[in-house]
Write a protein that binds this ligand. Structure first.
Ligand code: SER
Length: 396
């Protein structure tokens, strides 16, 4: 199943179940100074989860653009990326656990309307309970009624089965769904075996239902919200990897054409970094950010420069042409769900301008770099990084 079809099916599934389909918010948060980028589907909805009435009602769904850079060092493995789309459905004081879990289950397993995943490969986790909230027997019972055997439902603590966007705001216990991606199938697993399979990425988390009925202040759960909410999220990249039976997100149709485009970069990790950072930069620029010295502009600059470095190390030829074509391909692939991407020429220009600046800094920095003999001190490394804009991996 193509990624576009997964996105479409999710939206159609929840539209049919009376959810209003809302557009993706910008990656630049409108009312939240605590984050540089939108990091989850629920982020633009915080005021409504806290009780404000949403103009489109109490049942919502969408595909939301997200950027998370805290795992940037992991980009290059099989599953990490800095930009992703989160498919989500929300209840703002409307339905709660029964409908949320039932619909998640149906979406994952129904062949006609959903993804047709194999029930015998599903495992779920629920919250084990603590002083803040009780053991989530209710969710476990719903899972059992849907045909998930008791021994494939694992109880876990706050570090695994509690979700909040930060130290303040709505939060609550969650129930996560995992899918067995091994060829032979793992069958029944003890809790220890399940954890080991999770570490090996033999089971992949495909959907998370958060039951947001609590509030956090300064990192502590302080009580219940006025309304019981549901916040679900499924990463499109991971779902696509599972559905397309690929070993990494970079082999799915969301990335494979770009991996091909940059195939002159032999090191696979470096190539994955380039295609990831390029896609993320395009989306950030399309939402109005330019590379610069502060905050989100600086994040964009670092993403671009790290990408330029890897391309520069592998390409003698026409860098401009390579980027121009790559950007056009990304836009072609995404312009239907994200029509604000259409300004291809403007995006190409911003990226190539930054590339020119990087090249001149790089040449100046390389001269300085060549003056060093022996190992570079931390101070020199910092100069190369801060003054000449060398990406970290060049100076460490
Ligand atoms: N907000 C939750 C998450 O990011 C569910 O969408 O996992």
């Amino acid at each position: 199943m193509q990624s576009a079809e997964i996105r479409k099916r999710f939206i159609a599934f929840f539209e049919k179940r009376d959810h209003a389909i809302i557009p993706s918010a910008s990656l630049v948060p409108e009312n939240d100074p605590t984050v540089l980028f939108n990091t989850a589907g629920m982020q633009p909805l915080v005021p409504y989860l806290m009780g404000e009435a949403h103009p489109q009602g109490s049942k919502l769904a969408n595909a939301q653009k997200c950027v998370r850079t805290q795992d940037i060092d992991e980009v290059g493995d099989k599953t990490h990326d800095t930009f992703f789309e989160m498919l989500g459905n929300w209840s703002l004081g409307d339905y709660f656990k029964k409908d949320a879990i039932t619909w998640s289950f149906e979406f994952l397993t129904n062949k006609d309307e959903g993804l047709g995943l194999d029930v015998s490969r599903l495992y779920v986790t629920v919250f084990e309970g603590d002083d803040d909230a009780p053991r989530d027997e209710e969710s476990a019972d719903i899972w059992k009624s849907l045909g998930i055997p008791e021994h494939r439902i694992y109880y876990k603590g706050k570090e695994d089965n509690w979700w909040s966007p930060g130290d303040n705001g709505p939060c609550g216990p969650d129930s996560e769904m995992f899918y067995d991606v091994t060829e032979e199938g793992l069958g029944d697993l003890t809790p220890e075996e399940f954890n080991a399979a999770d570490d090996r990425q033999d089971v992949i988390e495909v959907l998370n239902d958060v039951f947001m009925e609590y509030e956090k202040k300064d990192g502590k759960v302080v009580g219940k919200l006025e309304q019981k909410n549901v916040d679900t999220g499924a990463g499109l990249e991971r779902l696509t990897m599972v559905l397309q039976k690929k070993d990494s997100i970079f082999d799915t149709d969301l990335f494979d054409y770009l991996m091909e485009h940059f195939s002159f970069i032999e090191d696979v990790r470096a190539r994955r970094i380039v295609v990831d950072h390029l896609r993320t930069s395009i989306f950030i620029i399309a939402d109005g950010v330019k590379p610069g010295k502060q905050d989100r502009e600086y994040v964009l600059r670092r993403l671009l420069r790290r990408m330029f470095l890897h391309v520069r190390l592998n390409l003698e030829g026409d860098v401009k042409k390579v980027f121009k074509e790559a950007i056009e391909k990304v836009i072609e692939n995404y312009k239907e769900p994200y029509p604000n991407l259409t300004e291809a020429d403007a995006i190409v220009m911003i990226i190539l301008e930054e590339q020119k600046k990087f090249e001149s800094n790089l040449n100046a920095g390389l001269k300085r770099f060549n003056e060093f003999t022996g190992s570079i001190s931390a101070k020199d490394a910092f100069t190369l990084f801060a003054t000449y804009g060398f990406p970290f991996e060049m100076v460490l």
